[in-house]
Design a protein. Structure first.
Length: 85
């Protein structure tokens, strides 16, 4: 993923976590901290999947980092929802 610094990663994490919350509806509300954690962890998971399992290189730019983090956060929310049920 691009070198954005910690503030950039927090912004990507919040946006990806919030967007994934709209896609994967949950019965309980989640706040900014939960969205941040889900977005950042989703970015780590998404980055691992794209680089190691799909053989793609490093993401370039903010939008590609956001897309990878969003897809990882959506997957993470599905896993968390399945574990809660």
């Amino acid at each position: 993923m691009p070198s954005m610094g910690i503030i950039g990663w927090i912004v990507v994490g919040v946006i990806a976590g919030a967007l994934s919350g709209y896609v994967v509806k949950d019965r309980r509300p989640s706040g900014c901290v939960a969205n941040l954690v889900i977005g950042v962890v989703g970015g780590i998971v998404g980055g691992f999947v794209t680089q190691e399992l799909l053989g793609m290189g490093q993401t370039v730019g903010f939008l590609s980092a956001l897309l990878v983090a969003f897809l990882g956060a959506v997957g993470l929310r599905f896993v968390l929802r399945a574990m809660a049920d």
